[in-house]
Ligand binder design. Structure first.
Ligand code: B12
Length: 208
């Protein structure tokens, strides 16, 4: 795991892919492999903050994680997928924000844990969340955001759902890099989830 994290942080894409393939062949728990990618991304983020890394490093590390997710997704799906759906969830990265790696992991985990998930993608306008809420009729909406700039689009989305008269019957969870319980209060959501496991737990709690 340490070698994999070091390879990602060193931007050695070839080595990272080779190590990932090795671990998959050796039947290492796919969630542990994803955890290693997450730890590496956290380190990449720290170096970006310190001015040691720049946008190209962010893009390359994001691409490495996406490539690994593509390899890991079928393994998780095959192991856990149940055919009976527990409920419906809409998810999207809010307006102005294009980070989708975390959202995609949440979508994958909800999917393999039995939820029907409508993924609205990135930079999702407020109106698109409202329209989808009316058409898809979900029990839960998940908003993802990695930027401080995402706070207000989240708040506006909740306000628009209230305005449209659908807020009462829908639980709203938020998550992503800069989110926490204080921001949950600010935007008027029901819960903050720190990772994909918590997103699944919240839905399990809400949808009995
Ligand atoms: C990769 C990355 C990028 C990539 C994104 C690629 C992609 N396809 O997503 C690119 C290069 C495009 C990018 C662009 C930018 N980025 Co960027 N990026 C990152 C980085 C390094 C990693 C984020 C990531 O994907 N992590 C991996 C995921 C898997 O980690 P995770 O958070 O543990 O994920 C879990 C939770 O978040 C949770 N979760 C996620 N969504 C949801 C939703 C719900 C409902 C729930 C319950 C849970 C949940 O579950 C996930 C899975 O377990 C972070 C640094 C960091 N440490 O976070 C900066 C970071 C988020 N970026 C940052 C910035 C500033 C930018 C740019 C503005 C840079 C620029 N000057 O252009 C642009 C913004 C573009 C835009 N409009 O969105 C800043 C944000 C600072 C701030 N306070 O706003 C950060 C924090 C870097 C930094 N330290 O400064 N970025």
């Amino acid at each position: 795991m340490k070698e994999l994290i070091d390879a990602i942080v060193a931007m050695d894409e070839e080595k990272a892919i080779a190590l990932t393939d090795h671990m998959i062949d050796d039947n290492i728990d796919p969630m542990k492999i994803l955890d290693a990618y997450r730890d590496a991304m956290a380190e990449v983020g720290r170096r970006f903050e310190e001015g040691k890394f720049f946008i190209p490093e962010l893009i390359l590390s994001g691409e490495m994680l996406n490539a690994a997710s593509e390899k890991i997704k079928p393994l998780l799906t095959a192991a856990n997928k149940s055919s009976k759906k527990k409920g419906k969830v809409i998810i999207g990265t809010v307006a102005g924000d294009i980070h989708d790696i975390g959202k995609d992991i949440v979508t994958l985990m909800l999917d393999i844990n039995g939820y029907e998930v409508l993924d609205l993608g990135i930079d999702v306008p407020v109106a698109k969340f409202v329209e989808a809420a009316k058409d898809f009729n979900p029990q839960v909406i998940g908003m993802s955001g990695f930027l401080t700039m995402a706070y207000d689009p989240m708040k506006n989305t909740v306000a628009a759902l209230v305005e449209a008269g659908v807020r009462e019957e829908i639980k709203i969870m938020i998550g992503g890099g800069q989110m926490d319980n204080q921001i949950r209060d600010y935007v008027g959501a029901d819960a903050f989830g720190k990772d994909a496991i918590e997103a699944v737990k919240l839905c399990d709690q809400w949808i009995k």
